[in-house]
Design a protein around this ligand. Structure first.
Ligand code: COA
Length: 599
């Protein structure tokens, strides 16, 4: 079928559905929701068999849904209606939730029901649930609805609240008052629920040390207490605030500035001098004063801009005494290095801290190092928000790309352990290429990779991609992948050799399979490492890694400092979430040159 996506943006869910549908032989064209006129034009140009709205913030024009079936993906159970579906599900502490595919109609979310898929709720942020459970359920429900549509004789179920299986209801848009934190009354669970219900958007509006701002990226802080609401510690850019029965870490803030654009940044950066009298976590009593993992000491001081305080020592045994972004654990001579950076963005200091932890892990008596990334993203490359906030974004970009390159090089050159990138979450741009630096790469089946840079203002990219990509997929396909700017699903990535394997199932099933896979690598480690040393010697003699880096960075220098400001403009638009003014041509098949509207 010819399927048209009407969507606010080509977000992770739209990308995943695009991959699933095209893999099943459908042709998918995409139109962003710019205006009703543009949407009408897209439908006239493409004449789709079916319209799907994976992520739409406005109603589809009546002239369209009156004439043909438009399927809306709604992140709620049957009968649930309204624009804050997941927000309410989290705030109300639902134990089970779902995704419904319903037909566009006059009333919002009240159209006939084509399919529903359920999932168990998890204590996580709205965006984490969206990127995982919601996405998996949406894939199942959309595929079911598409099959029903293709059958030609399916009659969707009208929304009838008298039916026992319709348990949802109408919920209004959630306001800040609905999730405002009452610090003197709310316990840790309530605070977490409120912040998570608004993370990544819009955040919970609050005041921190006198500054009105939105809160994001909250985690329980074990072992810390204080007067409820008080900021009692900070560490690595995150602040710790006491609740009535404990404390929470808050990683990111967005300042509330009337009429001025603000964006999310590490909390300590936003608060600046206001934190002067707040102790760093290292000053606090146990458990934070515990010794670190053997061999891992504090990272060296950084020369980079955007200073945020260093990490405390990594905890032995992996389960940190409290939440932290980088942690290490060992199981059966396999080291697992987790780096759970908010939104997968890796600033200069995060890269330096991770390199430091990585090098310490290479000095351990292990056979395999698993680069585990984070729960939601493996990595999305350099930290565009920190760069945008810097006095010189060009200098900050330069520092950041060099820091991530240093990490990539250390991984490529490791020859004491076999390295394995295990992608449970998505990876994009430099983050996708960083994953390829490891000897082996495996991914969860639902993972979406965006191994290209061009969408960010024609950025050339580095992370040794010119060495890593053609080596895996050949020069021709490498050019195709980087030029096409399309997402690549894990299954497809496996098929074309971009990665080595992909594992079905949820996160828990994925990690079980990763452990097994890493166990196999551990057994074969001596042979694999001998092979690697030989291959690296050969590659280095052909063309040293330093040359790849120098060539890539010469291009990046032009992106950062040259006369063409495209990268700076694209980054500004990305960070400030400037709405799209048109759909990129490579996604809008119907806008290919020569296409005429059909009346
Ligand atoms: N730096 C800072 N923030 C980033 C980021 C980066 N490199 N990559 C993603 N984010 C943020 C987004 O701004 C968004 O923030 P929000 O929580 O305020 O909404 C969040 O991560 C999720 O990103 P989103 O674009 O909504 O996710 P997605 O899964 O739909 O798309 C990507 C994933 C990777 C395609 C997209 O985020 C992207 O293009 N990122 C930029 C990658 C890049 O160019 N990196 C620099 C070159 S190495």
């Amino acid at each position: 079928m010819r399927i048209l996506f009407l969507t606010h943006s080509f977000n992770s869910l739209a990308q995943r559905l695009y991959l699933e549908l095209t893999a099943r032989g459908h042709e998918v064209s995409v139109e962003f929701d710019i205006s009703d006129a543009v949407t009408l034009e897209a439908v006239a140009l493409y004449r789709p068999d079916l319209i799907i709205a994976p992520f739409l913030k406005r109603a589809i024009p009546e002239a369209i849904w009156r004439k043909q079936v438009c399927l809306i993906v709604h992140p709620g159970i049957k009968g649930d209606r309204g624009p804050s579906a997941l927000d309410w599900a989290i705030l109300n502490g639902e134990s089970e939730w779902g995704v419904t595919v319903l037909q566009a109609a006059a009333e919002m979310d009240a159209g006939d029901i084509w399919a529903e898929a359920r999932f168990a709720m998890r204590a996580a942020s709205k965006s984490s649930l969206y990127r995982n459970e919601v996405t998996e359920a949406a894939v199942a429900a959309v595929l079911e609805a598409v099959t029903k549509f293709e059958s030609g004789d399916f009659v969707p179920e009208p929304l009838d609240y008298s039916r026992p299986d319709i348990r949802g209801q109408w919920h209004p848009i959630m306001r800040q008052e609905d999730r405002a934190i009452a610090w003197r009354q709310d316990d840790t669970a309530a605070v977490l629920r409120k912040i998570r219900s608004a993370d990544g958007f819009p955040g919970v509006l609050d005041e921190v040390l006198g500054l009105p701002c939105y809160l994001y990226d909250a985690h329980p802080a074990e072992g810390l207490r204080g007067t409820p609401g008080e900021v009692i510690a900070h560490n690595n850019g995150a602040i710790c605030r006491a609740t009535t029965n404990g404390a929470v870490w808050i990683g990111h803030l967005k300042e509330k500035r009337d009429g001025e654009l603000a964006f999310k940044l590490p909390a300590a950066m936003v608060l600046g001098d206001r934190l002067a009298s707040v102790p760093e976590v290292a000053d606090l009593p146990p458990p934070f004063d515990k010794g670190g993992l053997g061999g891992i000491s504090q990272p060296p001081p950084s020369s980079a801009t955007n200073q945020i305080p260093p990490n405390p020592p990594l905890s032995k045994g992996g389960i940190a005494s409290s939440w932290r972004d980088i942690r290490y654990e060992e199981k059966n001579s396999i080291g697992f290095l987790h780096f759970d950076f908010y939104n997968g963005a890796m600033g200069t200091q995060q890269c330096e801290r991770l390199l430091h932890a990585y090098l310490a892990a290479t000095r351990r008596d292990t056979r395999v190092i698993v680069l585990a990334g984070g729960a939601d993203f493996w990595s999305n490359g350099i930290h565009l928000n920190l760069i945008e906030a810097a006095d010189s974004p060009a200098d900050a970009s330069w520092a950041n790309i060099n820091a991530i390159n240093d990490l990539a090089r250390a991984i490529i050159e490791t020859d004491n352990q076999v390295t394995l990138s295990a992608l449970c979450g998505n990876a994009g741009a430099g983050g996708a290429f960083l994953a390829l630096a490891a000897d082996r790469v495996v991914a969860r089946e639902g993972v979406v990779l965006n191994p290209h840079y061009k969408a960010m203002g024609n950025l050339y990219g580095s992370e040794y991609w010119t060495y890593l990509l053609p080596r895996r997929v050949g020069a021709e396909r490498a050019a195709e992948i980087t030029e096409n700017r399309l997402p690549v699903g894990a299954r497809q990535a496996d098929k074309i050799g971009l990665i080595g394997d992909c594992f079905a199932g949820d996160a828990a099933a994925f990690w079980r399979q990763v452990e097994e896979f890493a166990g196999g690598l551990a057994t074969d480690a001596p042979d694999l490492l001998a092979e690697k040393r030989q291959r690296r010697g050969h590659d280095e003699a052909q063309k040293p890694l330093a040359d790849y880096r120098a060539e890539e960075l010469a291009n990046m220098k032009r992106n950062f400092y040259g006369f063409d400001p495209s990268y700076h403009v694209a980054r500004y638009n990305f960070v400030h979430k400037v709405p799209h003014s048109r759909t990129p041509r490579h996604l809008a098949l119907h806008r290919k040159v020569g296409k005429k509207p059909v009346s």
